[in-house]
Design a protein around this ligand. Structure first.
Ligand SMILES: [Zn+2]
Length: 333
């Protein structure tokens, strides 16, 4: 595994390292690198839990003591603490932060004098070969010197155990329940690490192929979505640009058209005028002036206003004259 242990470990399992001096409950067990003994009740709890689900994996942690006698270390499993089951069939059991929190709560409440000596889980119907994921969990969460992995297939009835040996994860061929020996399945090659590499190659490959197919489908879907999105975006951008260009063009055009042209003189009409007793000829130009419609309307309005003003003044004048005439005629009455 490429990842370092410290990066992955969420909450380290409590393996205090405390070693108790005790005599191994079984007969002389020479030739086993690590002896593992299960308390009768703990083993019953474990197998009972294992048989509860034939679809999804179940599992938990093994709680007990690390003991030592004349022959070296052995693990005494005294109880099991259940972890959350995998949610889907064939999905792997996981040790999340939440799982650890619950496990530690139970450990502190019910087994304050014990420590976590390993973990167990099931492979319902697909054998007891340790998968790459199992190996990952063992290496990252249960790396203590006497922490074991216990794997059982509730349908096939097989069991396998491994521990952290000097050369990595190693399989154990035997374990004990209250001192009675049980056989465990050992991969063809004694080295468990080689076995892990060969673990159910067909199964794993098929799973990986399925996963790859699904991922490529997803990537394709995402690509399609992205292309569609860009297409829509481009269309919108083109429309907006066309609109802006049209608007700017119209503005420039209408600005040009609005420009005032100077009035063009068509002809002069000479008009005689008396200025200071002398008669001079003044030329009045008749012009042709193209004015833009807006200005035209303005001029028209101004002209109208002037006409109205003159009319009002004329009326006022008329009224004034009438009043004067009435005043002149009144006294004669
Ligand atoms: Zn597994």
């Amino acid at each position: 595994m490429a990842k370092k242990k410290d990066e992955v470990r969420v909450t380290p399992p409590r393996e205090t390292g405390r070693v108790v001096r005790r005599v191994f409950p079984g007969p002389d067990a020479g030739g086993t690198p690590l002896r593992v003994n299960f308390d009768r009740q703990a083993y019953a709890d474990l197998t009972g839990h294992a048989k509860e689900s034939v679809d999804a994996e179940v599992g938990g942690v093994l709680v007990g003591e690390i003991c030592e006698d004349g022959d070296g270390l052995f693990v005494d499993v005294r109880a099991v603490i259940r972890a959350l089951a995998a949610r889907e069939a064939r999905a792997h059991i996981t040790f999340t932060h939440e799982t650890w929190t619950k496990i530690h709560a139970v450990l502190d409440r019910d087994y304050p004098d014990l420590q976590i000596v390993g973990w167990y889980h099931t492979h319902p119907g697909f054998g007891v070969e340790f998968s790459a994921m199992d190996r990952f969990i063992q290496e990252n969460f249960f790396s203590g010197r006497a922490q074991i992995a216990f794997l059982t297939d509730p349908l096939g009835g097989d069991t396998a155990l491994c521990f952290n040996g000097a050369k990595g994860i190693e399989a154990l061929s035997r374990f004990w329940v209250d001192g009675r020996e049980h056989k465990a399945r050992v991969p063809a090659s004694q080295s468990a690490s080689t076995a892990v590499e060969n673990a159910a190659p067909g199964d794993v490959r098929r799973d990986i192929e399925r996963l790859e197919a699904r991922i490529s489908q997803l990537i394709q879907a995402v690509d399609e979505q992205r292309t569609n999105f860009y297409r829509v975006l481009m269309t919108v951008v083109v429309f907006v640009c066309a609109g802006i260009i049209t608007w700017v063009g119209y503005a420039i055009w209408s600005d040009r058209m609005d420009q005032l042209e100077p009035p063009r003189v068509q002809s002069y009409v000479p008009v005689p005028m008396t200025i200071g007793g002398e008669t001079v000829m003044l030329g009045i130009g008749i012009v042709n002036w193209k004015v833009p419609p807006r200005l035209d309307a303005l001029i028209t309005r101004a002209a109208q206003a002037e006409v109205e003003l003159r009319e009002m003044q004329r009326q006022e004048l008329l009224k004034l004259q009438q009043e004067r005439q009435q005043k002149k005629t009144k006294p004669k009455k």
